[in-house]
Design a protein around this ligand. Structure first.
Ligand SMILES: *[C@@H]1O[C@H](CO)[C@@H](O)[C@H](O)[C@H]1NC(C)=O
Ligand SMILES: [Cu+2]
Length: 161
């Protein structure tokens, strides 16, 4: 079965774009521990990469914890913003929309200072999808046909190579 140019085009497009789509991931904060006290979120985050497009998921028992997105100053001092800014569904999802440092704390009294705080650095999305290695240079009909070298005038042969 000969592959039609249409099929080949589809395969090439899929190869180029699928990896960048598949790369957006869902990251459960704290893994199986979820969002809680007595867990080292700095150590947890240390070996992970966060990228624009990824989603953070904070899992916890409703009412026991909550999530506030804060800035670096509030993060350091564990200052809790107004309650109206809390996320509190027990399974809060935050899409990382922009690159840079992001800070999250629990607003329940004492939890942030007990270590329930997360700081991450979000990387920009991969700029251009990786192209297949060395796209074939515009192939002249003379390439891969060494016998042409015998009768193609030397100047012309040089031009084509
Ligand atoms: C952090 O947020 C607080 C409250 O909104 C604000 O007063 C403070 O200026 C902010 N700090 C920085 C560094 O943005
Ligand atoms: Cu808490």
């Amino acid at each position: 079965m000969a592959l039609s140019p249409f099929v080949i085009t589809l395969v090439v497009i899929a190869t180029i774009f699928l990896p960048s789509i598949a790369m957006a991931k869902e990251i459960v904060v704290g893994g199986d521990h979820g969002w809680t006290i007595g867990f080292d979120y700095a150590a947890w985050a240390a070996d992970k990469t966060f990228q624009v497009g990824d989603t953070l998921v904070f899992n916890y028992d409703v009412g026991k914890h909550n999530v506030f997105k804060v800035n670096g100053t509030l993060f350091l001092s564990c200052t809790v913003p107004p309650a109206s800014e809390a996320l509190s569904t027990g399974s809060d999802r935050i899409v990382l929309a922009t690159p840079g440092r992001k800070w999250y704390i629990c607003g329940v009294a004492g939890h942030c200072s007990a270590g329930q705080k997360l700081v991450i650095t979000v990387q920009p999305q991969t700029q251009s999808p990786t192209l297949p290695p060395s796209p074939a240079p515009a192939l002249s009909p003379f390439q891969h046909r060494p016998h042409f070298g015998r009768w193609v005038p030397k100047r012309l042969f040089t031009i084509f190579h």
